[in-house]
Design a protein around this ligand. Structure first.
Ligand code: FEO
Length: 169
């Protein structure tokens, strides 16, 4: 059983996860237009991860007998000025999602709702990885000067990323 507030916050998070997927697809489209296939792949895979996150919330709400509410969200930013700007924004976005997850956990803790606290722990850990990934690539982009052979090398590296749902999901 979920409280009204907990259910509303969990449903709100479904919206943010799907909105994240759209945001990252817009970033993928920016890179695709420039022929940077590795960066394109990175953000297509990132969008798949975000949809996976959204569906984890979907199933959790269902499992606890709550009603999932699917809502719309704003159009994502589509125009970017540089590779560096994209990763700065992606990192900022992940920091926003981390704050959301922590807020959800605070609500669950206030209610002493153990199932939600346990469920959210996966996302607390996941957000540490999400921020580290964006921040690590941002560092490499800065080292490469955001252009030239360094950037192409990074593009090649990111082409190898693929999405595999964790075992048991
Ligand atoms: Fe679902 Fe990238 O956080």
């Amino acid at each position: 059983m979920l409280s009204k507030e907990m259910l509303a916050e969990l449903n709100e998070q479904i919206k943010h996860e799907f909105a994240s997927a759209n945001y990252y697809l817009a970033m993928a489209a920016y890179f695709a237009e420039q022929g940077l296939d590795g960066f394109t792949n990175f953000f297509i895979v990132q969008a798949e991860e975000e949809r996976f996150h959204a569906m984890k919330f979907f199933h959790f709400i269902n499992d606890l007998g709550g009603k999932v509410e699917i809502t719309g969200y704003e159009d994502p930013k589509r125009d970017f000025s540089s590779v560096e700007e994209v990763f700065q924004l992606a990192l900022k976005h992940e920091q926003f999602v981390t704050a959301r997850i922590h807020k959800l956990l605070d609500v669950a803790k206030n209610e002493n709702h153990h199932p939600t606290m346990s469920f959210l722990q996966w996302f607390v850990d996941e957000q540490v990885e999400e921020e580290a990934t964006m921040s690590g690539i941002l560092d490499k982009i800065r080292l490469s000067g955001g252009a030239g052979p360094g950037l192409l090398f990074l593009d090649k590296e990111l082409a190898g990323r693929s999405f595999t749902p964790p075992a048991g999901e």
